[in-house]
Design a protein around this ligand. Structure first.
Ligand code: IPE
Length: 261
């Protein structure tokens, strides 16, 4: 059984504070993932950029493409900070005995007009066969028509869930799931089952976000659910429950004709 876990930037960084890594949340994630792997499941991890990726990409407006010297510096700087965040996450996983091995997204992905064009999954599949846990991330990548583009981890995770025929796709977010209104606003409650026709107020994500925030996440969540994966959105605290299909406070993405766990 293969799980794809998207570790949102909001779950492991404070998106309103530059380069603020939430060490304890990363530790909890690593501990919970180790527990999940003990159940015999395999996993691919895709993490987001949080306050290591979005502010740098936004400073150079990389989401608009381009290939000037300034943009190339922005590309390289974004790659540097994503690598830094990746190292910290992988280090936490190693501390908990998870054989996490990075597969650098920009080396295997191509975009076209800002959308994912091609992702070479061969290195990921090889790592999985060996028993490793491949770790990818949202990244700045070459774009065939506009020079460069930002690919969010949500897009990569949903794509992998479909192409690798994962049984589950788990989105981990700082907020702990999808709320009827932005969390913290009066009357906001956790939506336990979300259908495409349901109307929710997604609000604005905190801090800088160059990849479309919750709205885009939901679009890809439904896409993966239609591929047959059990898609859930929740907090790091309930990773084990989401992975094993145990009921807990998280959001389940519901599409008609869905497979049961
Ligand atoms: C963004 O990835 C990557 C960069 C900005 C380089 P995501 O869009 O997946 O990041 P989060 O989860 O929203 O932080």
């Amino acid at each position: 059984m293969l799980l794809v876990v998207k570790l949102g930037g909001s779950a492991i960084t404070d998106k309103s504070k530059l380069f603020f890594f939430r060490e304890q949340r990363a530790e909890l994630f690593a501990r919970e993932l180790a527990r999940v792997l003990e159940s015999g499941r395999k996993a691919v991890v895709v993490h987001g950029g949080g306050s290591f990726g979005h502010p740098i990409a936004s400073k150079y407006r990389l989401q608009e493409g381009g290939l000037t010297q300034e943009k190339l510096l922005g590309f390289a700087e974004t790659r540097y900070w994503m690598n830094e965040l990746n190292q910290r996450i992988v280090k936490a996983l190693l501390r908990h005995g998870v054989p996490a091995a990075t597969v650098q997204t920009s080396a295997i992905a191509l975009a076209e007009k800002g959308s994912l064009h091609e992702l070479n999954t061969a290195p990921i599949e090889r790592f999985l066969e060996m028993g490793l846990v491949p770790v990818l991330y949202g990244d700045v990548v070459p774009d065939l028509s506009c020079g460069m583009a930002i690919l969010s981890g949500d897009v990569i995770a949903a794509h992998l869930a479909c192409t690798l025929r994962a049984s589950a796709l788990i989105f981990l977010m700082g907020s702990g799931g999808v709320y009827s209104k932005p969390p913290g606003t009066p009357g906001a409650h956790l939506v336990r089952e979300l259908r495409e026709e349901d109307v929710i107020d997604v609000g604005d994500s905190r801090g800088v976000d160059v990849t479309g925030g919750l709205r885009q996440k939901l679009e890809y969540a439904f896409k993966a659910a239609r591929c047959g994966a059990r898609v859930t959105i929740g907090g790091v605290d309930y990773l084990w429950e989401m992975a094993l299909g145990v009921d807990a406070p998280y959001t389940m993405i519901c599409v008609s004709g869905m497979r049961t766990p």
